[in-house]
Design a protein around this ligand. Structure first.
Ligand SMILES: *Cc1c(COP(=O)(O)O)cnc(C)c1O
Length: 360
C-alpha cells in the first residue's frame, strides 16, 4: 500500500524524547523555549509561541487581537473545519469568500465586497502548501485597518517572494503527524508584534501575567517539552522533507495526463503538504476507487465546503452559494507526495492515474 501520508520519525526524535523523560521536566519548559526560538528563526520572525495544537494556535491568535462577539472574520470556505471553528470559539462570525479555482486559496478580488463595519480580520488559509495571495490580501487589510491571521497549518517553510508563511501577518501552524513536520500534536503562533506575542503567552496559560494573578480569561493550551523535543528534531529536517515533496510533485506534474495538476505561480515556494489534482467530468470518486484497488491511498480534502457543513447550515443559518469552493469539493483529489515515496511508487501512481484516465 502506498499511503497518502507517512510521518518520518528517526533516531533523533527518539533520543530527544528519552532525554526529556530522563530530565524529569515534562511539561512546558526549556525544550519548548528552544523550539519556539528555532521556529521563529525558520519563519524569519521575532516571536513564536508554542501551543497544544493548530486549532488552539488559531484560537489564541484570534483572542490575542481581541476578536470576539459581534466581530466578523473573513476566511476561506475550502479548508479544514478548524480554520472557521476557531473564529466561532471566540464568539465572532466567520464570513466566507470564494476561492480562486487556480490555487484553491481565497480569491482576493472578492474580499472587499465582504467587508462590513464589523470586520476585524482576514484569515487566509495557505492550503495544500501554497500560500494565499498575500500581496493583495495585505494591501486590503492595510486599506481597511484589519488584522491578518494566516492559517499556515499546511505550509511550514512555504514562501512568497522569499518571505515565509507566518511572517506576513500573525501565523498559525499545526504540528499534527500528517503535516510537513510534526510534534505528534502541537501548534505554533508566529508574529513580529510584541504585544500580540505577549497576549498569546498569557492566553495560553490561564490568563496569567503574574503567577496566580488572573486579570483575564485564559486556557491551558501549553505544549509539553516531550512534544517540543520531537518538533525540534523535525524542524532540522523540514527543508529536506520539503525538497523531497517538491521533487515528487515535479515528477507527477511532468507525467500525469488527463487531470488538472497543481500550479506554482511565479514568486511562490509551494511545499506540497498535499498534491491535489482536479478530476473532470464527475470521475473523481471512480478514480479514487481505482487507485485504492491498486494499493494507492488518496484523500478528498475536502468533501464538503464549510458553509455547507450541517452545523453551519442548521445551527448557524449559513445559506450562501460559493460556486468555486463547491466545485472543488467535487473535483479535488489528493495523491501521495510525502517524502518517503520511492521512485517505483511514483511510477505506480502515474501508471494507475494515466491508465484510468485513458480508458475513461
Ligand atoms: C491541520 C489543520 C488545522 C488544525 O490543526 P490541528 O493541529 O489538527 O489542531 C487548521 N487548519 C488547517 C488548514 C489544517 O490543515
Amino acid at each position: 500500500m502506498i499511503s497518502i501520508a507517512k510521518p518520518l520519525i528517526g533516531d533523533e526524535e527518539k533520543r530527544a524524547v528519552l532525554e526529556v523523560l530522563d530530565s524529569g521536566m515534562l511539561a512546558q519548559g526549556p525544550r519548548v523555549k528552544a523550539f519556539e526560538e528555532a521556529f521563529a528563526a525558520l519563519c524569519g520572525v521575532q516571536h513564536a509561541i508554542a501551543t497544544s495544537s493548530g486549532t488552539t494556535a488559531l484560537h489564541v491568535a484570534l483572542l490575542a487581537y481581541g476578536i470576539g462577539p459581534g466581530d466578523e472574520v473573513i476566511t476561506s470556505p475550502f479548508t479544514f473545519i478548524a480554520s472557521a471553528n476557531s473564529v466561532l470559539f471566540t464568539g465572532a462570525r466567520p464570513v466566507f469568500v470564494d476561492i480562486d479555482p487556480a490555487t484553491f486559496n481565497l480569491d482576493p478580488a472578492l474580499i472587499e465586497a465582504a467587508i462590513t463595519p464589523r470586520t476585524k480580520a482576514i484569515l487566509p488559509v495557505h492550503l495544500f502548501g501554497l500560500m494565499a495571495d498575500m500581496d493583495a490580501i495585505q494591501a486590503i487589510a492595510d486599506k481597511y485597518g484589519l488584522a491578518v491571521i494566516e492559517d499556515a497549518c499546511q505550509s511550514h517553510g512555504a514562501a512568497l517572494h522569499g518571505k515565509r508563511a507566518g511572517a506576513w501577518g500573525t501565523g498559525t501552524f499545526s504540528l499534527y503527524p500528517t503535516k510537513n513536520m510534526t510534534s505528534a500534536e502541537g501548534g505554533m503562533i508566529t508574529t513580529n508584534d510584541a504585544r500580540i506575542a505577549e497576549n498569546c503567552q498569557v492566553i495560553r496559560q490561564h490568563g496569567m501575567r503574574r503567577r496566580y494573578y488572573h486579570d483575564e480569561l485564559g486556557f491551558n493550551f501549553r505544549m509539553t517539552d516531550v512534544h517540543a523535543a520531537i518538533g525540534l528534531a523535525q524542524l532540522h529536517k523540514l527543508e529536506q522533507f520539503n525538497a523531497a515533496r517538491i521533487a515528487n510533485a515535479r515528477y507527477l506534474n511532468a507525467n500525469l495526463r488527463g487531470v488538472g495538476v497543481p500550479i506554482t505561480p511565479e514568486g511562490y515556494t509551494h511545499v506540497f503538504h498535499q498534491y491535489t489534482i482536479r478530476v473532470p467530468d464527475g470521475r473523481r470518486d471512480a478514480l479514487a476507487e481505482h487507485l485504492e484497488a491498486n494499493g494507492i491511498g488518496t484523500g478528498v480534502y475536502y468533501p464538503v465546503a464549510i458553509h455547507q457543513q450541517t452545523y453551519y447550515t442548521r445551527q448557524l443559518g449559513y445559506n450562501q452559494r460559493l460556486p468555486e469552493a463547491e466545485r472543488a469539493t467535487q473535483e479535488a483529489l489528493s495523491l501521495p507526495v510525502h517524502p518517503a515515496l520511492t521512485q517505483a511508487a511514483l511510477e505506480t501512481i502515474v501508471a494507475s492515474v494515466n491508465g484510468f484516465m485513458e480508458r475513461a
